[in-house]
Design a protein around this ligand. Structure first.
Ligand code: A3P
Length: 346
């Protein structure tokens, strides 16, 4: 009997011991990886607050990978929010477009920064009359919880092309920072088409070929009534925005380079947002199966974008591509001139 009890006790101790060692290893790994993302120099002025500066990024990261997600899922209680000084802040920067430019990748990659908190969903506050009618408090309540020193960023690519949006955003915050991520216009238009095509196929609907939509069959000219073409005339949309905001409040991200070489593009954004440089090569790794860069928060937590990002485009008649590129060329030149960013598109 005594022998049986001892064996049972030994077994229990063994299980408890393994659990303790496992937890310890997990903690070492987690804290170790967070340390790697800690600041090498103190955070600059705009992020400083009552909190110890050196402490901030570590807490922010723990918060972003832990508490924040739990809070969002289970609806934080008032006590929890109060305890952690959490707030729901209006965005200080918005990714206003362009659809299929790489807006999701940009948002997710910026969210690697400890001082940035993303609004995961597209909120469509400024482009949707019904949502806009619900008022600014409704919008603020859609924002994630964050520390007051962090900045919230949202992305809704429809903002860029919707008439009413610049004035509405201006009314909320006339000094907001605006991010536009663009891709070579013809590629973007084909990407846009591919997304719509996939939706149609899912519903078992037939759809026209890209060539038929992009080229007017009567004139054989580019069909400027086709939305995917219109969206790619970046300068036309930007000009509407410039009636409200000076060009200094915009930053153009090269969406084609964000695919192949994301870090330098992200570093430019960090600079534009006056954030200390915290995103490093460690945070981005190329996944050969996906054919894209994926995100590494620490040795435990990493992720790639959903499969709906990075679709295979249909083959398009080369003469149509040439025609479209020729059509976009003067608009692109104007876009480079206005923004001061030359992208060397064909
Ligand atoms: P494609 O599907 O045409 O390849 P958006 O998020 O604005 O809808 O943009 C989608 C595009 O983001 C994709 O277009 C893809 O090329 C691009 N992209 C950029 N970086 C990516 C990444 N790391 N993973 C997946 N897609 C990425």
């Amino acid at each position: 009997m005594l022998f049986k009890q001892q064996a049972w006790l030994r077994q229990k101790l063994l299980v408890l011991g393994s659990l303790a060692v496992g937890s310890l290893l997990y903690l070492v790994a987690r804290v170790g990886s967070l340390d790697r993302l800690q600041p090498i120099c103190p955070i600059e002025g705009r992020l400083s607050g009552a909190r110890s500066q050196a402490e901030f990024p570590l807490r922010a990261l723990q918060f972003k990978r832990g508490l924040l997600h739990e809070f969002r899922k289970s609806n934080a209680s008032k006590d929890q929010v109060h305890l952690h000084d959490l707030v729901q802040q209006l965005p200080k920067a918005i990714i206003i477009g362009v659809r299929k430019g790489g807006t999701r990748a940009l948002l997710e990659m910026l969210n690697l920064h400890p001082a940035v908190v993303k609004a995961s969903q597209e909120i469509h506050f400024f482009d949707n009359d019904e949502n806009y009618g619900k008022g600014i408090e409704w919008y603020r309540k859609k924002m994630p919880f964050s520390y007051p020193q962090q900045i919230t960023i949202e992305k809704s690519p429809a903002y860029f092309i919707t008439e009413e949006v610049p004035e509405r955003i201006y009314k909320m915050n006339s000094s907001i920072k605006l991010l536009i991520i663009v891709r070579e216009p013809t590629t973007r238009a084909i990407s846009d088409y591919t997304q719509v095509l996939e939706g149609k196929e899912r519903k078992n609907k037939t759809y026209y070929k890209f060539e038929k939509l992009a080229i007017d069959p009567n004139t054989c000219e580019v069909n400027t009534k086709y939305k995917a073409v219109r969206t790619s005339i970046y300068t036309k949309h930007l000009e509407r925005w410039l009636k409200y905001f000076p060009i200094e409040q915009f930053h153009v991200v090269d969406g084609d380079r964000l695919i192949t070489e994301p870090l330098p593009e992200l570093q430019l954004v960090e600079k534009f947002l006056n954030l200390p440089p915290r995103i490093s090569q460690y945070n981005l790794y190329f996944n050969a199966t996906r054919g894209f860069y994926c995100l590494r928060f620490n040795i435990i937590f990493n992720k790639c974008l959903a499969g709906s990002k990075g679709r295979i485009h249909p083959e398009v008649d080369p003469s149509v591509i040439t025609k479209l590129r020729k059509f976009f060329h003067p608009f692109n030149q104007k876009f480079y001139q206005i923004t001061g960013r030359t992208l060397n598109w064909p």
